[in-house]
Design a protein around this ligand. Structure first.
Ligand code: G6P
Length: 608
């Protein structure tokens, strides 16, 4: 969603701002803008609807060598995507960029009768409010910002500069992340550390309720109540290669293909192939605490939710005396759900910033339930607020559609489940098949990707003309089918829905006709025969069936069989999901859509 960048130093601010905004493009946006201020207080505000190239074209006509500025990519919430609604917003001598939502903006607007509003945004109201306290430089800008924020209800990450003092940027955060990059005679700002990579490795993550005054050689952080904060400088681990396409046409394909390596990172130091023992340091639970667990709540949105569903199917197979409930964060936060004693909550999020997931985390914590993060983005809000956690360590995921994170989230949760089972005294022999397959999985993933990559291009091409798809599976193949359908719809815009095969006769079978194709995940195992019968039911109604299977037995006449060769039995559905990922990718390429930034979507959904 919206992105923020800022710069104060001795270099050209426009250059950093544009390159920083480009790094944040993956988050999803529909307009962009920057403002820079010269030494003698002349501001250059440039905004454009649409992609950053549009902004760059305008900047090329107004090139400046200013040394301070702020920039923004906007994902519309209040007001349509347009130049007037794009940030930065100006009010008097100040300029503001804002991520988040000002909930009481209408009430605040009422108090600003003299201000001539030019946009429909809540953010412009905040700019006007700050300006009213700033009173054209009669008060320090930082004080004006604090006074205004004390009246605000909602979420924000903001950066503010003034023409009166082009040496300082004031930033503040409540619910929307901001990272300050510490340089030599220069200070950077971004809503996501990836914009800082290559400029500095030293970062300060601002906390909620903090305000900072940035100059090129100082960073002063206080709370809104004026208590000084001693900031912790942390190292940014990401490197440039991790945020570049590395020879691939799209990040989505790169991230699908990276899975053999990214999963190795998830497993590193956590699983002993010889003894079969899994050890996770991050959750910080003793064996006694693990033994006591009776209930797991798994919370996530989108792909993270599907990862939780799939992990739940596995964990209950080998962990005795446990119930598992996987919930959609945006629903769960408003339910009156009872959480039984001896529960643990797994909070699953690639970005660690998803607003609904974060809200659930806070609600669950209030009830005294221990929370464990299954998070990718290091230093993210969820990672910082959970009681303990296991980072999945897959590196930056840039494409909006989540792929490598899914695989590693499932396995990280299964490993957590194994630690519970170990503590509960489950024999090593019973857990061994799971551990053995997890250890082998990175190489099995590599083999399957090689095996099916070329053929998926052709298979996807065959189904380009369809507008509807039904994904079907049983057991562990069912949540996997849900994830496959999500992948297809989010990038190729084909209307795709997943059903548990057993539900077919309760409704979806009525859909089968020439407008639909059916993607069937058919792993070997005890449900195989039942699923084959279901396939026959679809074929009997003239279905256009594609089968993804690891079985050599399948002999029905269907339009396409994608056979994967693997020694994995329990986790074969995870390998089938690679096929779904590639299918969605090649379908989108065939249709000529924007692969990495699908319309209307954002990588990190930081508003409700
Ligand atoms: C967005 C992304 C999805 C992601 C979901 C949850 O919708 O486009 O790919 O699965 O948010 O994100 P999280 O960062 O919490 O895993």
């Amino acid at each position: 969603m919206c992105g923020i960048v800022g710069y104060v130093g001795n270099k050209n601010a426009q250059d950093f701002l544009v390159s920083g905004l480009k790094r944040l493009e993956y988050r999803g946006y529909d307009s962009a803008g920057i403002v820079t201020v010269s030494k003698n207080g002349e501001a250059t505000l440039i905004r454009a609807k649409g992609k950053i190239v549009n902004l760059e074209e305008k900047i090329a006509k107004e090139k400046k060598d200013d040394k301070i500025g702020i920039g923004h990519t906007r994902w519309a919430t209040h007001g349509e995507p347009s130049e007037a609604n794009a940030h930065p917003h100006q009010a008097g001598s100040i300029y503001l960029v804002h991520n988040g939502i000002i909930e009481n903006y209408k009430d605040l607007k009422e108090t600003l009768k003299d201000f001539k509003f030019e946009s429909d945004t809540d953010s412009e109201v905040l700019a006007a409010l700050i300006d009213s306290f700033y009173d054209n430089g009669k008060h320090p800008l930082v004080n004006a910002v604090v006074q205004a924020l004390k009246l605000v209800k909602g979420t924000y990450g903001i950066a503010v500069i003034s023409k009166n003092n082009p040496e300082e940027i004031i930033v503040a955060r409540a619910g929307s992340p901001l990272v300050i990059g510490v340089g030599k005679d220069e200070t950077f700002l971004a809503s996501d550390a990836s914009a800082l990579v290559g400029h500095t490795k030293r970062a300060i993550y601002l906390n909620d309720g903090e305000v900072a005054r940035l100059t090129k050689d100082s960073i002063e952080i206080k709370t809104l109540n004026a208590e000084p904060v001693s900031a912790k400088v942390e190292e940014i681990e990401t490197n440039l290669a991790a945020i570049q396409k590395g020879g691939y046409d799209h990040f989505l394909l790169k991230e699908i293909m990276e899975q053999p390596e990214s999963l190795v990172e998830t497993l590193r130091g956590r699983i002993n192939a010889e003894t079969g023992v899994v050890k996770l340091g991050g959750p910080g639970l003793t064996d006694t605490e693990l033994r006591k667990i009776k209930h797991l709540i798994i919370v996530g949105c989108g792909t993270a939710y599907h990862a939780g569903l799939l992990a739940g199917y596995y964990i209950e197979q080998f962990t005795p005396e446990i119930t598992i409930e996987t919930v959609i964060a945006s629903e769960y936060r408003y339910r009156q759900a009872y959480i039984p004693e001896d529960s643990i909550a797994l909070i699953v999020s690639q970005s660690g910033e998803t607003a609904d997931t974060l809200a659930c985390l806070r609600e669950i914590k209030k009830q005294g339930v221990k929370t464990i993060g299954i998070v990718n983005a290091i230093g993210s809000t969820i990672a910082r607020e959970v009681d303990g956690g296991t980072y999945v360590h897959v590196g930056p995921e840039i494409s909006v559609a989540s792929t490598k994170a899914f695989t590693s989230q499932v396995i990280a949760m299964v490993m957590f489940g194994i630690t519970i089972a170990q503590a509960k005294g489950v024999r090593a022999g019973a857990l061994k098949p799971y551990v053995d397959e997890i250890v082998k999985m990175p190489e099995e993933i590599r083999a399957v990707l090689n095996e099916v990559n070329d053929s998926m291009k052709t298979v996807a091409g065959n189904y380009k003309k369809y507008e509807h798809a039904i994904y079907l599976g049983r057991g562990t193949a069912y949540p996997t089918a849900m994830e496959g359908a999500l992948k297809l719809k989010e990038v190729s815009y084909i209307d795709a829905n997943a059903y548990a095969f057993g539900e077919l006769k309760h409704g979806p079978l009525a859909l089968v006709d020439d407008r639909f194709f059916e993607m069937v995940l058919l792993p070997e195992g005890e449900l195989y025969e039942k699923a084959v019968s279901n396939v026959q039911e679809v074929l009997a109604r003239g279905g256009h069936v594609v089968i993804i299977t690891n079985s050599d037995e399948f002999d029905l006449e269907v339009e396409n069989v994608v056979k994967i060769t693997t020694s994995l039995k329990l986790f074969a559905p995870i390998l089938m999901n690679l096929v779904s990922q590639l299918f969605a990718y090649y379908m989108t390429v065939a249709k000529g859509y924007n692969v990495d930034q699908p319309r209307n979507l954002a990588k990190s959904v930081t508003v409700e």
